[in-house]
Design a protein around this ligand. Structure first.
Ligand code: 6R9
Length: 632
């Protein structure tokens, strides 16, 4: 089998078999495919944790207190994320380094140095303060990828207000529900998004005192303030108030199987974990040009698109456009991206546009020689995609794993370790992971003494659990102590993901234990979709599942039963889909609707998504003892 060369340099498209390539600085790294195992074996990797023995040593020696003590800290003591992400670099003499390179779909790139970002975020912090917004108040963002988003995030954190990012492709229902649950006091958005999603529901958000409109505001929008006006009137000098590492900083809504979205609370001290994991799992160093393709409305785009890379002092590429294979290759080339963090769906879309066996026209016509590291997160990464990366981009793709709740990458094919294509990798130093024996619902099984039991057989699967104790672990679900507590069993945080662990400790994703859907890397709660569908006049009941999809991994599929008097047919189908899309937005709405007057239900009347899933995929239906007789 062909060796897999690095992409550190070399002719365009010519990073062919067997090349040993000299990195621009530092030692030579060789990656080669091991024929027997199919693993991508590395040698000559700079020492973070170069091999299995050293990996074990790094894990033993790692100490979060030490990692936290390496933060700059506020001049008066304490830890504030925005200080670590921006002001620190200015104080350390790197203020002229470029922090952001914002690439609009057309037109010129806008760059902001760390000094400029520090000044602008000071202005926004002052602007908030002048509006009367204080520590702990919730500031929501509903914005696409634009420089103002970064400024708003950092300014909010400087003011010690709590930032809650929303995805701009959410429809009005998810937006308003999250703003209500999160008690939004401020919203930063654009005129178009405000008019489409908020304006006519504002009366239902009495706590929303300020709406800041970014960009041109042509209409008269009562109850809003223009970004430019707020910023112009504000000073560039701001002193970050004393911030305790345990002070809340971010609120990230995530989805569960049932009920309302969960607001995971994260604290300022989390930035220590962002820094460390960015180095271990993404190999980020201050001279890197880094591009994270995730939207900052989701946890990956916030933690690894904004906080971690800025804390690492790199140059962040902010791509303001949507996915387009040709443009993405152009961005990689023109921005000289060195480290790229993306998602399996995006990689699969690139694979479609660039077959492994084809002439590789797209990447070959671009100079990707600056690119030296690629990582992926959010959903299972097919081994084929890892190898496609090696063949077509000249670099294998490092899969890693984490959750909104963990706040940072916890498992990874580490930069310095061999890659097992198809595996999520191993726990990072500083994390203790266990595979616990679990029941059908993914709940750990306890013995008579209430203790959980690890799965020791490498062929056996169980639920992935983590021992809490790292700084970015969530501190609670907003206003839901009970749900928070139920996430822990016998001292373990239970992820809800089923995994297998091989004899070298690499973890392999098997599937989710619950009904939550991951579509194109976005976590979707079936209950939220079902609730929206049931507001359609024709829909009596709904059951929502994920249907496997070759590109998006999973797409949302809804099964609905109809009220009397409605006829199933293509017109009603289109109408229900359009209705759901208007309410939920394209990121959450179902892609498909099927009519079924006999939805399988439990005796207590709950639609059995598990059975819908089994039927959809032609799998055995498993235990049907709770199935209501009559539904089949
Ligand atoms: C960061 C993020 C978390 C869920 C997680 C799991 C799935 C994440 C994965 C993966 C397979 C990987 N997931 N990484 N599944 N392989 N490398 O995505 O957070 O939106 O909270 O989703 O995503 O099911 O539990 P979040």
């Amino acid at each position: 089998m062909d060796p897999v060369p690095t992409g550190a340099s070399g002719p365009v498209g010519g990073r062919g078999a067997g090349a040993m390539i000299e990195a621009e600085s530092g030692p030579t790294v060789e990656r080669r495919m091991d024929e027997a195992s199919g693993n991508i074996v590395k040698s000559g990797v700079p020492a973070v944790s170069p091999n299995l023995a050293d990996y074990a040593l790094s894990c033993r020696l790692f100490d979060w207190r030490q990692a936290t003590s390496e933060l700059a800290g506020l001049p008066g003591g304490g830890v504030n994320i925005a200080h670590e992400a921006v002001d620190r670099h200015v104080l350390e003499g790197r203020g002229e380094h470029i922090a952001l390179r914002c690439v609009p779909p057309s037109g010129a790139v806008v760059t902001l140095s760390y000094t400029r970002l520090a000044a602008l975020s000071n202005r926004f912090a002052n602007g908030l303060h002048r509006l009367g917004v204080r520590a702990g108040d919730r500031v929501f963002t509903l914005l696409g990828r634009c420089p103002e988003l970064y400024v708003a995030v950092l300014g909010t954190l400087k003011n010690k207000s709590v930032l809650c990012p929303l995805f701009s492709a959410f429809g009005p229902d998810p937006v308003v529900q999250r703003m209500t649950l999160g008690d939004a006091r401020v919203l930063v958005t654009t005129q178009a998004l405000y008019q489409r999603k908020i304006a006519d529901r504002r009366a239902g958000l009495p706590g929303l005192e300020h709406v800041v409109i970014v960009g041109p505001s042509t209409a008269d929008l009562p109850g809003t303030v223009r970004w430019d006006d707020l910023m112009e009137a504000a000073s560039e000098e701001f002193t970050i108030p004393a911030t305790d590492p345990e002070d809340p900083a971010l609120l990230h809504f995530t989805s569960g199987t049932t009920g309302r979205p969960k607001g995971a609370v994260h604290v300022h001290g989390a930035v220590a974990a962002h820094r460390v994991t960015a180095e271990y799992a993404l190999d980020l160093h201050p001279d890197d040009v880094y591009w994270c393709t995730a939207d900052p409305g989701w946890v990956t785009g916030m933690s690894y698109g904004v906080i971690a890379p800025l804390a690492a002092g790199v140059t962040v590429v902010v791509d303001e456009g949507e996915f387009d294979a040709a443009r993405w290759y152009r961005v990689l080339e023109s921005e000289h991206v060195t480290v790229w963090y993306t998602a399996p769906t995006a990689i699969r879309m690139l694979m479609r546009a660039t077959p492994r066996t084809g002439p590789f026209d797209l990447p070959r016509s671009h100079d990707l020689s600056a690119l030296r590291f690629i990582a992926s997160v959010g959903e299972p990464l097919n081994p084929e995609a890892v190898r496609w990366g090696a063949d077509v981009l000249g670099l294998p793709i490092h899969d890693n794993y984490w959750q909104t709740e963990t706040g940072c990458i916890v498992i990874a094919n580490l930069a310095a370790c061999d890659i097992r294509p198809g595996s999520m990798g191993r726990p990072l130093p500083g994390f203790q992971a266990e595979v616990l024996a679990a029941d059908e619902q993914g709940r750990p099984v306890r013995d008579g003494a209430g203790r959980v039991r690890p799965v020791t057989d490498p062929a056996g699967q169980g639920v992935l659990a983590l021992r809490p104790g790292w700084p970015s672990m969530f501190r609670g679900y907003l206003d839901d102590e009970e749900r928070y507590r139920s996430a822990f069993v016998d001292g373990w945080y239970v992820t809800g993901d089923l995994v297998r662990r091989d004899s070298d400790g690499y973890l392999w994703f098997v599937g989710r234990a619950d009904d939550v859907i991951k579509s194109a890397g976005h976590l979707i709660g079936p209950f939220e979709v079902e609730s929206a569908l049931m507001e359609h006049p024709a829909v009596a009941e709904a059951g929502v599942i994920g249907r496997p999809d070759p590109v998006a991994g999973t797409v949302v599929k809804a099964f609905v039963s109809l009220r009397p008097g409605f006829d199933p047919g293509p017109e009603l189908c289109t109408d229900i889909l359009a209705f759901a899309r208007r309410k939920l937005g394209p990121a959450v709405a179902p892609r498909e609707v099927a009519f079924d007057q006999n939805l399988p239900k439990t005796r207590s009347g709950k639609v059995m998504r598990r059975l819908l899933r089994a039927r959809e995929q032609g799998l055995p239906e498993g235990d049907t003892s709770t199935l209501e007789s009559g539904s089949a």
